[in-house]
Design a protein around this ligand. Sequence first.
Ligand SMILES: Nc1nc2c(c(=O)[nH]1)N[C@H]1C(S)=C(S)[C@@H](COP(=O)(O)OP(=O)(O)OC[C@H]3O[C@@H](n4cnc5c(=O)[nH]c(N)nc54)[C@H](O)[C@@H]3O)O[C@H]1N2
Ligand SMILES: Nc1nc2c(c(=O)[nH]1)N[C@H]1C(S)=C(S)[C@@H](COP(=O)(O)OP(=O)(O)OC[C@H]3O[C@@H](n4cnc5c(=O)[nH]c(N)nc54)[C@H](O)[C@@H]3O)O[C@H]1N2
Ligand code: SF4
Ligand SMILES: [Mo]
Length: 694
Amino acid sequence: MSGVKTHCPYCALQCGMRIEGSPQEPRIAGDPDFPTNRGALCVKGWSAGVTLAHPERLTTPLVRNVRGFLEPATWDEAIARTVEGFREARAQGGADAVGVFGSGSLTNEKAYYLGKFARVALGTRMIDYNGRFCMSSAAAASNKALGVDRGLPFPLADIAQADAILLVGSNVAETMPPLMQYFEAQRARGGKLIVVDPRRSSTGLAADLHLRLAPGSDAAVANGLLHLLVRAGAVDAKYIRERTEGFEAVRAVVASYWPERVESLAGVPQADLLRAAQILAHAETVMVLTGRGPEQQSHGVENALSYINLALAMGMVGKRNAGYGCLTGQGNGQGGREHGQKADQLPGYRRIDDPAARAHVAGVWGIDPESIPGPGKSAYEMLDGIGEAEGIRALFVMGSNPVVSAPNARRIEARLRELQFLVVSDFFRSETADIADVVFPAAQWAEEPGTTTNVEGRVILRRRVFDPPQAVRTDLDLLCELAAGLGKGEFFPSSDPERVFVELCRASAGGPADYSAMSYGELDAKGGVHWGGERLFHERFPTPSGRARFHVVHDVHPFEEPNESYPLYLTTGRVLAQYQSGTQTRRVPTLAKVNPEPLAEMHPLQARRHGLSDGDAVILATRRGRARFSVKVTPNIREDTVFVPFHWGGVGSANRLTQDALDPTSRMPEFKVCAVRIERGTSAFEPKNKEHGT
Ligand SMILES: Nc1nc2c(c(=O)[nH]1)N[C@H]1C(S)=C(S)[C@@H](COP(=O)(O)OP(=O)(O)OC[C@H]3O[C@@H](n4cnc5c(=O)[nH]c(N)nc54)[C@H](O)[C@@H]3O)O[C@H]1N2
Ligand SMILES: Nc1nc2c(c(=O)[nH]1)N[C@H]1C(S)=C(S)[C@@H](COP(=O)(O)OP(=O)(O)OC[C@H]3O[C@@H](n4cnc5c(=O)[nH]c(N)nc54)[C@H](O)[C@@H]3O)O[C@H]1N2
Ligand code: SF4
Ligand SMILES: [Mo]
């Protein structure tokens, strides 16, 4: 098979692909040799080449002129304006007046350099990234319970071998379609799939059993299942004794989660819960997998911990073809959280408040450990603090579109507009780039090499296939040039990804995510390498005692529950053919055809009650505001719940409705639950602008 081997720009599967042709007419095929997707791609992967030569692609920097419009500028002008913007903010508010907002879409090299740029070139502690909206709850739970955070501590191929799988709040049939081949193989072997989701999603339709819980009630379901397993004597006493600690307290708490109570807390019929427990109790190997459903909540860490408790009690973590895993999300959702773009983190998944970590990283960077700033604020808090005395005054966004993707988005947009200086690096004029002072045009995935770490902890090399358009440079070039403008060029000697990777590997040496033995040559030859090994936890857990830890999770409730004024639950998520804030995929005609507009999924009962049918315009209202959708009537959703995707800006923006309650540990916003009201017709609502779609 011909073509350059590389990987998809979008989700965490990082499907292997081969590309031929030209940027104008790229030909993309799945790579049958890559073990994760084995040749399969989803519709986003097939059509990914369309963004390369797209007419709306940014091909020069843009700078806001005196009349208030963004206009094309030279690279030098844009760099100079940005350096000035950062300097002014710093002169007025100190080093922490400049913030940096990174992304799980960035390669490891970019994530690493961005973290270094914040700490060394800007000297700010204010850096965080969109992974805070994505992975942070599962990451915190895994660290607490298992001592390390690697999305899946086993290869995806193990899914096909598991006897039973509990798939919680994850709609892989739309979010990682090639993964379905493993679930299909599992069921063909006689394995059972249980899906836990308020909707019978495309994934739920392929399951043996669907637990249709109310949004926000995961911990009750997990505790209820553990209750039944304890009662049936289906926990692994030897494993609990030898490999874990803290079970007794958990057992005492789940003792009160009898099925009747769980039915009243979570709305899951007792018979379904009993059936699920039976399947789990009879399986030799059980895999528990979580997605954003239980995690993107103000109790996201506790929810994830309650499912980890279940996997531990059955003795499954560290067992072959079994265990607990969280399905990461963005292309580099895993690597992006390992190399220092998180507020409290240094490369190699080290803590920024650990003196030994600071000394090691300072040694690699050639600086005084004292000069590395301390931990900053989490993503939402950094954005929400704009305009306050201690808040940031300037912000550098690389690889995110928070005007669309942040919770309570109108508030965040207003905050961003209060900034003295906003700079965005992107491929397109996203909704966030639209309000920036300077926009840099970045090279795309097929135009530069770089590594990502996929959902299985497999570090892979994306190869360069085409040249970027003439005036477009890479994010690494941009960071080097800005550092030079700030007088710190000596610390950023190269924008060559391979050289940056070599430095990253040294900086990560000895940390929990240690890449020090890797090289481009090896990744190239082997088609990827798992950090920490292919499978983790076989013999011990990387906790001080070597044991995994149970955590007591009491009955938890979402921040906002339905009441008389807002009688339904609203939950949000994804559809097959759109990706994230939609900047890339809304511009691809094939994808826009599949999912042209945001649809609000509601049960026939609600539709009838409001006189609505398929395709009708509907306004959804929450305490934050209103947004407009088209109706999709489906019996596959709970009667008390409405679902909307978040891929659109403007009047169809789901995040104009969502709220900003944060998990106390992970600082993850509660994207998955709030209270909503259906309002028919459009008269109560005057759209302020026409950003809807592109
Ligand atoms: N097509 C497409 N694929 C993507 C992406 C994309 O934007 N588009 N994004 C990528 C990224 S970054 C991510 S993070 C992943 C996310 O992948 P998923 O986690 O699969 O995606 P979501 O649709 O956000 O949420 C999954 C499910 O959670 C359910 N849910 C809602 N509330 C609850 C609850 O309270 N409890 C439970 N148990 N379930 C609940 C929703 O109904 C939904 O079906 O997808 C990746 N893949
Ligand atoms: N209501 C609701 N909101 C959500 C979620 C939800 O489930 N519900 N999910 C949350 C989750 S899990 C996530 S991950 C976030 C994602 O939301 P965002 O952080 O907004 O992520 P993207 O839309 O992928 O934004 C990436 C932007 O960067 C650009 N980009 C991509 N790669 C690169 C690169 O390498 N360099 C540069 N310079 N630019 C690049 C893209 O064109 C795009 O404009 O949304 C969160 N928001
Ligand atoms: S599943 Fe994810 S990585 Fe694979 S082709 Fe689709 S978007 Fe790309
Ligand atoms: Mo995500």
